[in-house]
Design a protein around this ligand. Structure first.
Ligand SMILES: Nc1nc2c(ncn2[C@@H]2O[C@H](COP(=O)(O)OP(=O)(O)O)[C@@H](O)[C@H]2O)c(=O)[nH]1
Ligand SMILES: [Mg+2]
Length: 365
């Protein structure tokens, strides 16, 4: 599953700080806008308490968590859709992302330069506007091409496409993102080749002051969370700087620091989990005394396709899947006990794999 989450936001909001915290890498972070000059991709392990419990049960030699890719996409200042800042080259990186994490600056820090007064809601609009302009631009180019054909009703496809694009265009010029338009599944499928930027699922990461961690949300954070809800987007507030510091600590120190902050877990866990959900991803596990492995597959996949996420041969030669749900296995206490309680099932090609299924695929080559 090579799905990518693009990290976007205005300059100096903490994108690279968040990226470094998640990936464990150390890309340059500074107060200069456009410090990051190229999109960088990094793998991030998906935190999963279920895997931790399975590891306790199986005691394997090796543990492999599910992972997903995040891309630090710089250069999206106001005017990006017109080639300003680092230009619209970066819009390509946005286009190639399957979902977006939009980092919003809510922290006050005199030392980190800001373009005008701190105004997170305005910042959100200003970045979203660039994405809207880019989509409008793309639609207008396409409409120019097919308009004549559609109006003369040369073929049915161009008429349908023209009408759909016109509907999208009218919505965008009202400065609204396409994800709010309520398009049907079929319409979304028809539009998939355009990879519209405002149709991508979004998670707002509100980068708050460290003094606000664990406190009640500030008014502006509350407002953004409401706005996100209306848009069908998600929002999480964390301090990217503190998350970065947490990510660099050894386990023991980490726990102490989290306790001091009044946090149960790092805020990053929730960010990664939310991004995973945005992409419509599920996790299945393969377990044994050699290794415990969490695997990512797409919600709605049948057993052979899910098997293909482990190895293409598994899909080609799929015979059956031996399956126990995570809950049944944990409740039974061991694989042996779960088998004795008849909690293992044999499923065939039509089985829709569930989130948390512990699987063993039978295949032949
Ligand atoms: N006070 C504070 N500073 C931060 C925070 N996150 C990032 N910064 C600082 O803001 C500056 C820009 O951060 P960076 O991650 O490079 O932002 P980017 O331009 O969005 O990639 C750096 O000096 C960071 O140390 C935060 O949560 N609090
Ligand atoms: Mg950066």
């Amino acid at each position: 599953m090579s799905l990518k989450v693009g990290i976007v936001g205005l300059p100096n909001v903490g994108k690279t700080t968040l990226y470094n915290a998640m990936t464990g890498l150390d890309m340059p972070v500074s107060n200069f806008p456009f410090t990051t000059i190229e999109p960088t991709v990094g793998a991030v392990s998906v935190p999963d308490e279920r895997l931790d419990k399975l590891v306790k049960m199986y005691n394997p030699k090796k543990v492999v968590p599910a992972s997903m890719e995040f891309v630090d996409i710089p250069g999206l200042g106001a005017g990006a859709s017109k080639g300003e800042g680092l230009g619209n080259g970066f819009l390509v990186a946005v286009r190639e992302s399957d979902a977006l994490v939009h980092v919003v600056r809510c922290f006050k820090d005199e030392e980190v330069p800001l373009d005008g007064p701190l105004d997170p809601l305005k910042d959100i609009d200003s970045l979203n506007l660039e994405l809207i302009f880019s989509d409008i631009d793309m639609i207008e180019k396409r409409i120019d091409k097919i308009q004549k054909k559609a109006q003369m009703k040369v073929d049915k496809e161009s008429v349908i496409e023209y009408e759909l694009l016109t509907k999208c265009h009218d919505f965008l010029v009202d400065m609204k993102p396409l994800r709010d338009l309520g398009l049907s599944k079929d319409e979304i499928k028809m539009l998939s080749s355009y990879a519209f930027l405002t149709l991508k699922p979004v998670l707002y990461v509100l980068n708050i002051d460290e003094s606000e961690i664990g406190k009640e949300d500030s008014d502006v954070v509350k407002k953004i969370k409401e706005k996100a809800k209306e848009e069908g987007a998600l929002a999480i507030s964390i301090s990217c700087k503190i998350e970065y510091e947490i990510s660099r600590l050894e386990d023991e120190d980490k726990e102490m620091f989290l306790e001091e902050l009044g946090l149960e877990k790092p805020g990053l866990n929730a960010v990664v989990k939310a991004a995973y959900d945005l992409l419509g991803l599920y996790t299945m596990f393969t377990c044994g005394d050699k290794d415990c492995h969490a695997w990512t597959f797409k919600k709605g996949m049948k057993a052979p396709q899910a098997a293909g996420c482990i190895h293409t041969d598994f899909e080609k030669g799929f015979i059956k899947a031996e399956i126990v749900s995570y809950e049944d296995l944990i409740n039974a206490g061991s694989e042996k006990a779960a088998k004795e309680q008849n909690k293992f099932r044999l499923e065939g090609k039509e089985y829709l794999v569930n989130d948390g299924d512990v699987v063993h695929f039978r295949f032949n080559l």
